[in-house]
Ligand binder design. Sequence first.
Ligand code: BES
Ligand code: ZN
Length: 483
Amino acid sequence: MKLKSSLLMLMLSMGIFAQDKSEFIYASLEAQHASELKASHPELIDIITTHNDVTIAHLHPEAAHELHQKILSHGPGYLMHPSKEAAINKIKNVKEQSRTVLQFTIDQQAFVRQVLDEVSQSNIEEVMLALEAFGTRYHTSVQANQSAEYVKQTWENIIALYGRENDVSVRLVNHNNTPMKSVVVTINGTQTPNEYVIIGGHLDSTVGGWDKSFAPGSDDDASGIATITEALRVLLANNFQPNRTVEIMAYAAEEIGLVGSNEIATSYRNQNKNVVAFVQFDMTNFKGSSQDVYLATDSFINNALNLYLIELMEEYNSSGHHQFTYGTTRCNYGCSDHYSWAVNNFPAAFPFEASFDDSNMNIHTSYDTFELIGDASHSVKFAKLAIEFLVETAKHTGTLSASNISSSKNQFYLNHKTLGFELASVQKITSASILNVAGQKVMSRFHLNSKDQLDLNSLSQGGYILILETQDGQKITHKFVLK
Ligand code: BES
Ligand code: ZN
C-alpha cells in the first residue's frame, strides 16, 4: 500500500498524469471522498457537480484505484457511468425525502403482535442449508438457476400449504445481462394494487479468484433469502391480505454489479409502478457488533424510511415482543440491491447484521458457511423486522383487522421549530429523546407533562425521531422532518 502511494506520488510529481484525460472515467462517489481526493491529488479528479452528498467526477483510473484501496475495505468506492450526462441524470434522480414514507403509520399491532412469535429459527436454518448445498450459486453456474428453481418451489409450497393460489403467485424473471433468473413472489393488494411494498435479498454467491466452484454464500446472502422466506411463510400462515401489493424478491447476479435488481427496478420505474418502499436483506446472520440491527445511512438511503424502521423496532420493543438494539453504519457506495431501487428514485433502506467494519469477514470465501456461525438466531430478528415493515406499510385487510389496542389518540404537531404533543393517557413523561437519522441522540429532556412542547431551535433541518418514555416504562415514538 505504502509503496503504491509513493509510486503514485512520484508519477504525479513527474507530471505523468497531468495532461492526458483520454483515460478518465465518469463516476459518482461520496462527496466527502471526492473532496479528499481533490485535496490530495488534484490532477487525478475533476469535480463536475454535487447533489445530496453524491459527487459526479471525471476520474483518472489510478485515482479510482487509490479510492478503492485507501478509503474502502471492500467494493469499488465509486460507480462508473458511460457518460457525463448519464452520470448527472442518475444522481439528480435521487430524491431527498418521500412524502409517502413520512405518512407511514403504526396501527396493526393486534396482527403483528399475534404473529411475531411464530417466526421459526429452524425454518430459516433449513433454507440457508439448502442454498449452501448447491455448492455455488455463482450467476453463470448451472447451480445458480437450480437454486432459483428451489426458491420458486419453496415459495409455491408455502402458497399451496395455506391455500393462497388465488391471490399469491411466483414468477421467474429473465435478465439481459446474466443467464441467472431472479425469483419474485407477489401478494396482490386488495385496495391499491399499483402501490408496492417490496423486500429483497440476493440469491447468487461468489468467491474470490477464478474458481467459482465452491461459493457457499451462507451469510452472503442465503441468510437474507431465508429471512424473507420465513417472513412470507408467517404472513401467509396468518391469512395476511395487504391493501397494497407486497412483493418479495430473490435477485440474480448481485455480486457482479447488482444486475438482477437493477433490471427489475428500472423496469418498475419505466412501467410507472409506484414502489412506496423497498428494504434489502443482505447478510442477516452474523452478529459482529454490540447492537442487533445496523441501518445503513449512505446518502442514497431514504432517511424517513430509516426513521420508520427505528419506530417499528421501538414499538415492538416497548410492547415486549422483542428487545432489538440498533445502530447505524455506512457502506460508502451502492454495496447491495437497495441501491438499484434508490437510483430509480424509490425510497430504499438496508438494515444490516453489524456495523460494516465488524461484519462477517468470511464472505466471498469458501468459509462463508452456516457451520461457522452455528445457528440462525440473528436472522430471526430481521425476519421479525421484515414482518413488521410489510404489515404496517402494506396494511392488513384480512380477518383480524384494524387494531383495537393502539387506537392511539396521541397528538403531535410541528409549528416552525416547536414540537407539541398531547398524549391520550394522562401520564408523566420521564424522558424525551430526539435521535437524528444517524441514530445519535441530539436532544434529551426530563420530566415533561402529557401535554407539553419541545423547543427545536437547536436542530438543523433533517429527519428525526422523538422517543417519549412514560412513568410506567412505555415508549411512544413520533418521527418528523424539519424543513
Ligand atoms: N453483501 C455484500 C455487501 C456488503 C459486504 C455489505 C460487506 C457490507 C459489508 C454484497 O453481496 C457485495 O458483495 N457487494 C459488492 C458490490 C456490488 C456492487 C458488486 C461489494 O461490496 O463488493
Ligand atoms: Zn457479496
